[in-house]
Design a protein around this ligand. Structure first.
Ligand code: PNW
Length: 452
């Protein structure tokens, strides 16, 4: 009942950018080698009980020591781009002051390896692994961190800015602010709404400050930010459920996208937050609204909102879920993209890239062969949803699968597998799953469609 890869591929223009994504802490390992500093995730994982399987990022996928093999894996997929992040404490151990040349040498090899293979590099500056030394001085709650982040960004861009396609300032500021600083289930494990709001504000201000600084420096890379956005609907037409859905959309989407495109926080939430509102310095809102070259969107699920604040469990309602318990709802991706287009098209919305999409699944394995049909179905239907959004006129530049390989899934540890390449953590052997072959097949048809 799914379209063939040939039919699916034919729905995408030849300019479309296909990729796979990872992040530094989730795959690199080499946590204490070659002068790397401690990150807040190194520190967080050391606390008992915070990571489901008690694991950490010390070895992860051992990517630092297996770079050439991993570059060959990416090449074999046939993708046009690879999205990765730089570990700030690997290149600047204390988050200020001395640079770590051995750390930069690793990213130098990575970027050169991508260039040699004709694969575009999509570099993210902050995928959550803040130097612990900066957390000790207040982390993202402190305005000082904004200045240090700009210094770090300028140095990365000076070295690599002309050899990468894009530079993303932050991956998912909502996750850092809310899961890390309000709910405390991610690093640094703080539980405060006031801190969450100041952190979110400083992430946004530092995003704008980096865009201004890199443009002033003449950095040729395209610049943007990545937001994690869900498709949110009310559990019923009851006013309380409708209000809950609107509130979820305001806190999760508009709190970030409104300042980025309209230069203001959603007024109804400003009123609600009252004394918890962050300190906003003169000029901050203008800085945040600095025009971007692209917007990255990470989409995983639909969220059904209830007025009583209780979670709506998709599995209990007979809805399909991934191993994360997240509802599988491809049409939500089309709806979300149309919503973004509707709200921000008149406010300078740049081309959108789906910078992450994918699923954790049980991965049936026989004799080392992983027949991950659930993941193939997930990717097939979501890529179809992206094509639907293209048909509806949403400006879309590309799509990247989360993730290249199984990796450290934050508080879930290594138990949840998102990769299209399987990682055997006992031997660190990589084996492309059926979904990797499926993606390669899709890309082969897409290239054929646009040949001549
Ligand atoms: C994203 N949520 O994280 C991250 O960018 C990846 O590093 C991560 O591996 C991937 O999605 C899968 O989880 C999220 O609870 C973590 O809504 C949690 C949420 C959303 C995104």
């Amino acid at each position: 009942s799914f379209p063939t890869t040939r039919a699916l591929a034919a729905r995408f223009p030849d300019t479309f950018l296909w990729g796979v994504a990872t992040s530094s802490f989730q795959i690199e390992g080499a946590a204490r080698e070659d002068g790397k500093g401690e990150s807040i995730w190194d520190r967080f994982c050391a606390q008992p009980g915070v990571i489901a399987d008690g694991s950490n990022g010390d070895i992860a996928c051992d990517h630092v020591h297996r770079l050439e093999a991993d570059l060959n894996l990416i090449y074999a997929l046939g993708v046009g781009c690879y999205r990765f992040s730089v570990s700030w404490p690997r290149v600047q151990p204390l988050g200020q002051g001395d640079w770590n040349e051995a750390g930069f040498a690793f990213y130098e090899r990575l970027i050169a390896g991508l260039q040699q293979r004709g694969i575009k590099a999509s570099l993210t500056l902050n995928h959550w692994d803040l130097p612990q030394a900066l957390q000790d001085r207040g982390g993202w709650e402190s305005r000082e961190t904004v200045g240090h982040f700009v210094t770090y960004a300028r140095e990365v861009a000076r070295r690599f800015g002309s050899r990468v396609d894009t530079i993303t300032t932050h991956n998912e500021p909502w996750v850092v602010a809310v899961l890390g600083n309000e709910q405390g289930i991610f690093a640094p494990g703080i539980k405060s709404r006031r801190v969450m709001l100041q952190v979110a504000h400083h992430l946004l201000v530092s995003h704008g400050a980096v865009l201004r600084a890199l443009r002033q420096d003449g950095c040729p890379a395209k610049l943007g930010i990545v937001l994690n956005l869900a498709h949110i609907v009310p559990a019923s037409p009851l006013p309380a459920d409708e209000a809950a859905a609107d509130h979820g959309d305001a806190t999760g989407r508009r709190w970030y996208a409104d300042p980025l495109f309209k230069g203001e926080y959603p007024p109804e939430l400003v009123a609600e937050y009252g004394a918890d509102m962050p300190t906003i310095e003169p000029g901050d809102m203008d800085l945040i609204a600095t025009p971007m070259d692209y917007l990255g969107v990470n989409y995983y699920m639909r969220i059904v909102a209830r007025g009583d604040g209780q979670p709506w469990d998709p599995a209990a309602h007979g809805r399909p879920v991934s191993d994360m318990g997240w509802e599988i709802y491809p049409r939500g991706l089309t709806e979300l993209l149309r919503l973004l287009h509707r709200d921000y098209r008149d406010h300078g919305l740049p081309p959108i890239y789906i910078t992450e999409n994918g699923g954790a699944f049980p991965d049936p394995t026989t004799d080392g062969h992983v027949q991950d049909d659930d993941r193939i179905a997930y990717l097939n239907t979501h890529i179809g949803a992206v094509a639907d959004a293209l048909d509806a006129g949403v400006p879309l530049g590309g799509y990247m699968v989360w993730s290249l390989m199984d990796n450290f899934e934050w508080a879930s540890g290594y138990a949840k597998r998102f990769g299209i390449v399987h990682v055997d953590y006992a031997t660190l052997t990589r084996t492309p799953k059926a979904s990797a072959h499926w993606l390669t097949d899709l890309l082969r048809h897409w290239k054929e469609t646009h040949r001549a």
